[in-house]
Design a protein around this ligand. Structure first.
Ligand SMILES: Cc1cc2nc3c(=O)[nH]c(=O)nc-3n(C[C@H](O)[C@H](O)[C@H](O)COP(=O)(O)OP(=O)(O)OC[C@H]3O[C@@H](n4cnc5c(N)ncnc54)[C@H](O)[C@@H]3O)c2cc1C
Length: 404
């Protein structure tokens, strides 16, 4: 008996989950076999990870079991780690399950921290990239507080927290730290003035590319909560004792969190795809160039903003929008159609949280500050949950109290 065409989706992030969800709604049981592979049995919301990293939200709030969200009658879930894609053989190599063949492949393996080859980052810095990594950051910060008072000699580097990169992730994490640090000071009997939060950025401004008025608002607010910005300050090396700046100055710290941007999953390079910063420059229909049966989604895909001739920054917003095009196009190929949809991002806005019920953002052409921006951020988070799992998922996992 001829087997059903197999659609293999790699990665259960925003792109992968939404593609699986869309396909399971659009295809009948006999149309195709849909398989979703992910290294964990849960899906997490990457955009929330700065909160559990600082300890202001439990990590369980950011994640949900994959089989509780997808229709398991239509999508088979395999918990495994993707090791390599063998496009010429139409196969994927998994760590535990061996080889898996596909007819159509959707790659949504997300991103990895961009180190720019700076020595010591991989070995000595933390990164906000998964539930496991943020759990480690939260535990480490708490351990630093616990260790400080337990030692005869007072090590200031235990209470110096360096966040490398003042882009969105760095600023959101710093904002959460300003909420969490006073709680830890109280819990561990440490004076707040002993703790330093440093935001170190190589570019001439925090939040490069963002509206200057909103950037000023964010920086003033965070400075008023004790954050020290070091702007136009490239880091030359990260050591086990802290960071060495391009000027040669050393800042001692036992906690360096690296948030200077991301590159696409290293699996793409390993599998022989042509990439730019680890991302595949996709065709307009979201396929990998030269591969009629492979779609790339989310942080693995590079798309150009033709107005400024630069790549769009990788965001969940774009990953979610791409899933609609990818699901439609996979279905079109299955039904023998050659007419594929072209993807055009529809950027609705950008909101960055600053902790403490504050945020900044642009929605449409409107600038938002303070609590109204924070409310908008929660609405955006809840909207995603609604798209993925309807009202029940919003009730179970959403940020329901919009005004606090
Ligand atoms: C702190 C933070 C805040 C952010 N805030 C925003 C925001 O406000 N708005 C916004 O639009 N974007 C935001 N982003 C960016 C956004 O999170 C990403 O662009 C988005 O997650 C990309 O979705 P994705 O599906 O490509 O990858 P991801 O959501 O990262 O998912 C990738 C999945 O692949 C799995 N995986 C990876 N490697 C393997 C492997 N080898 N085998 C099996 N499974 C694997 C991972 O476990 C994960 O489940 C933020 C990012 C961070 C870190």
């Amino acid at each position: 008996m001829k087997r059903k065409p197999r659609i293999l989706i790699l990665g259960a992030g925003y792109g992968g989950m939404m593609t699986a969800s869309r396909l399971s709604k659009q295809l009948g049981y006999n149309d195709a076999e849909i398989i979703l592979v992910n290294k964990h049995n849960y899906h997490y919301q990457t955009t929330w990870l700065h909160e559990p990293a600082a300890g202001t939200l439990h990590h369980d709030r950011t994640r949900m079991r994959i089989d509780s969200v997808i229709d398991t009658n239509k999508v088979k879930f395999i918990k495994d780690v993707v090791q390599e894609i063998k496009a010429s053989d139409k196969k994927v190599i998994l760590e535990g399950h061996g080889e898996l063949e596909y007819d159509y492949l959707v790659i949504g393996l997300g991103s990895e921290p961009e180190t720019f080859g700076i020595p010591g980052v991989e070995e000595n810095a933390f990164s906000i990239r998964s539930v496991n990594s943020v759990r480690q950051i939260r535990e480490h910060i708490e351990y630093m507080f616990a260790s400080y008072n337990n030692s005869e000699i007072k090590h200031d580097d235990y209470l110096t927290f360096i966040v490398a990169g003042a882009g969105f992730t760095g600023i959101e994490f710093v904002g959460e730290l300003t909420e969490r640090i006073p709680e830890l000071c109280k819990e561990y009997d440490i004076d707040r003035s002993k703790v330093k939060i440093l935001s170190v950025e190589a570019a001439p401004t925090a939040l490069p590319g963002f509206d200057p008025e909103l950037v000023e608002y964010a920086m003033n607010l965070l400075e008023s909560r004790g954050v020290e910005f070091k702007i136009s300050t490239p880091i030359k090396e990260v050591t086990k004792d802290g960071v060495i700046l391009a000027t040669g100055e050393e800042i001692k710290s036992k906690t360096v969190v690296w948030t200077t941007g991301v590159r696409g999953s290293s699996i793409l390079d390993k599998s022989g795809f042509e990439t730019m910063r680890g991302r595949i420059k996709v065709e307009k229909d979201m396929r990998a160039p030269g591969h009629e049966d492979i779609f790339i989604i989310g942080d693995c895909a590079l798309i150009i903003n033709e107005e400024i001739n630069r790549p769009y920054p990788p965001t969940a917003q774009i990953a979610i929008q791409q899933s609609y095009t990818v699901a439609k196009n996979v279905k079109a190929l299955l039904t023998g159609s050659k007419e594929l949809e072209e993807f055009t991002p529809d950027i609705k806005g950008t909101v960055a949280s600053l902790g403490g019920g504050e945020a900044i953002g642009i929605v449409g052409t409107k600038k938002l500050y303070g609590s109204s921006a924070a409310t908008m951020k929660k609405i955006i988070d809840n909207r995603y949950l609604f798209l993925l799992g309807g009202i029940p998922l919003v009730v179970k996992k959403g940020k329901l109290n919009l005004f606090s």
